[in-house]
Design a protein around this ligand. Structure first.
Ligand code: ARG
Length: 588
């Protein structure tokens, strides 16, 4: 966008307070304004918390001030004039409570309606990030854990992209390793004309994997051939390379079906990609004296960890860790990323802690966790079934992800048909709405929880139109759109004229909440917690409901202002949906 990004309310307030701190305390260096939302809205909208720590700094130095409150008062007195602040007051041990001017809130919203919500994007201290997510393994099933990674990773990527950060969406597919020897040999046996055959000839790749594994375990001759095949593949022999490509292609098509349904875009750079770089990366680590011999393997010892990180196996082969160390090196040095984000289940936390620790020892990453470049593991809990155990269908079988998404959609379709929509809408509308709501429900049910907790997969719950669900929120948005439609007013014209007045307390509360969108996205990005955005969205719909219950919109004297407030709510909700990977609907 060519429009100026205004920054969050917090940021704008911070600018004012920075000026005042500098004016009131010119001798003190390095005071950063500490601005927070007021916990209790009766005291104010925001607070500045610098007075207490400033007082602690100066009290021993013969200051003229007599406690934190006068310090707070001095900060208030030195604030530059602004259209933003209505009044400030000190409270308790020196908090400064800030009440914003409602005219300023109204203006900010009016401006956003004209300039676009992109002007409300947060400013983050990073330029380029790698989000490593989804990352299933070739020939093995893509399970609900990968679904979680896909959904969470996509949302993080979207939020960062919205914040004008460049995002490399990396699918770190498990496409390398000894299992390929056995798969390739099995392909040669099973489909002698494999080169001419289409990729589909392999059929169900998981069944293919199982059968080849069985053969591997029971047929010594086959086992030997499989082991030789690994060597041939890694040596780059054309025939083996080709067979490997073909096997990967089958998996890839299967993964793609899930991504397509979810509307998720990824760029594959699988484990195999980093393989040629491993020796060089290990050399770098070795030159720093980090790699040692241990029980025939080559390892890196990490302080505080009982078991070292194995980087070369006893048989001389590389492993998951050597690949990840190399990928980290590549992302830092070749791709010049300043934030590497890895989305996997919490079970891999230890692995990433070790990899990141090794990178710190090597000086690739800074010692301080908060400095950039930075590597972060975004762990998440299990998906549980109603029985409280790991989510599966029909007791033993693993859930096929595509089936899961299809079921969500068909359940939504049924619910819509029961409400008579099959006759009211075109078949296409019915289909699209069912899809948006069904897939949205699956995503939202995952994202609304703190990712570290396990969550229970339950269709009835996630597809309920009451409570904190995607269905409820999508309907709330559609209802707002219908209010605007039914008013018969041209919203584009209204935007130009403007005139938001936040007279009623519920109008003001809604307006302020709208304005806090930027800082919530920022917080969700910095802490890598999409659930914060879900909480914001749900609270927004509650604030809207309160406003709509207590303030008549259509036909009232305040109609123009209130319709604009409806529109602004719809705009912010849609952006939230977009960031959560959910397609909004406009009719219900
Ligand atoms: N393929 C791995 C799995 O299925 C996930 C890979 C995550 N990314 C990484 N860079 N290790 O568990």
């Amino acid at each position: 966008t060519d429009k100026e990004i205004v920054g969050s309310v917090k940021e704008q307030l911070a600018k004012l307070f920075e000026e005042s701190l500098r004016a009131a305390f010119p001798d003190i260096e390095d005071v950063h304004p500490m601005i927070a939302i007021c916990n209790d809205s009766r005291h104010g909208d925001y607070q500045c918390n610098n007075a207490m720590s400033l007082w602690n700094k100066i009290k021993g130095q013969g200051t003229q001030f007599r406690g934190p409150q006068p310090v707070g008062k001095a900060i208030i007195d030195n604030l530059p004039a602004s259209e933003m602040i209505e009044r400030c007051s000190t409270a308790g041990p020196g908090f400064i409570n800030v009440v914003l001017k409602k005219q300023w809130i109204a203006k900010s919203i009016e401006r956003m309606l004209i300039d676009g919500i992109e002007t409300w994007a947060p400013k983050l201290p990073v330029k380029r990030t790698v989000v490593d997510f989804s990352s299933p393994n070739i020939a093995k099933e893509m399970h609900v854990g990968h679904l979680r990674s896909t959904i969470i990773g996509d949302t993080l990527a979207r939020m960062l992209e919205f914040s004008n950060v460049e995002v490399l969406r990396r699918n770190h597919v498990g496409d390398w390793g000894t299992q390929f020897g056995m798969l390739i040999e099995y392909l040669f046996d099973k489909i002698p004309n494999w080169e001419a055959a289409s990729a589909q000839a392999i059929g169900d790749l998981q069944a293919f994997y199982k059968a080849s594994k069985q053969r591997f375990d029971n047929d010594p001759d086959f086992k030997e051939r499989a082991q030789k095949a690994v060597v041939s593949l890694q040596g780059g022999e054309e025939k083996y390379r080709k067979a490997w490509t073909q096997i990967c292609e089958v998996s890839r098509e299967e993964f793609q079906r899930v991504y397509q349904r979810l509307g998720v875009h990824l760029e594959e750079k699988g484990e195999s990609f980093y393989n040629p770089y491993i020796p060089k990366a290990l050399d770098l680590l070795n030159n720093k004296g980090l790699i040692q011999e241990s029980e025939g393997a080559r390892v890196i010892f990490i302080e505080g960890k009982k078991i070292p990180l194995i980087v070369v196996k006893r048989d001389g082969g590389f492993n998951y860790a050597s690949t990840d160390l190399t990928a980290l090196w590549y992302r830092l040095n070749e791709e010049k990323a300043d934030w590497m984000i890895y989305v996997t289940d919490v079970g891999q936390r230890e692995h990433f802690e070790m990899v990141f620790a090794a990178a710190k020892l090597a000086g690739w990453l800074p010692q301080n966790e908060n400095d950039f470049p930075k590597a972060s593991h975004v762990g998440f809990g299990l998906v549980l079934g109603d029985d409280g155990k790991r989510f599966r269908t029909r007791s033993t079988e693993v859930v096929k992800l595509v089936d899961l998404l299809d079921e969500a959609k068909s359940r939504c379709k049924l619910a819509l048909e029961e409400r008579g929509k099959a006759t009211e809408w075109t078949a296409e509308e019915l289909e699209q709405t069912a899809e948006a709501v069904g897939y949205g429900a699956v995503k939202y049910a995952d994202l609304k929880n703190n990712r570290l907790t396990n969550y229970t997969f339950n269709f009835d719950q996630m597809l309920s139109d009451k409570g904190n669900t995607a269905v409820y929120l999508l309907y709330a948005h559609a209802r707002i759109c219908s209010i605007i439609r039914k008013s018969g007013r041209d919203i584009e014209e209204l935007k130009k004229v403007g005139g938001i007045v936040l007279a009623h307390p519920d109008e003001r509360a809604l307006g302020l909440h709208l304005l806090q969108f930027a800082e919530i996205v920022e917080e969700a990005c910095i802490n890598l917690l999409p659930n914060l955005l879900c909480e914001y969205l749900y609270k927004l719909s509650e604030d809207f409901t309160k406003f709509y219950t207590n303030c008549q919109v259509v036909g009232s004297a305040e109609e123009t202002s209130r319709l604009l407030l409806c529109e602004a709510t719809a705009v912010v909700m849609r952006k939230c949906f977009y960031l959560l990977g959910i397609t909004p609907v406009y009719k219900i």
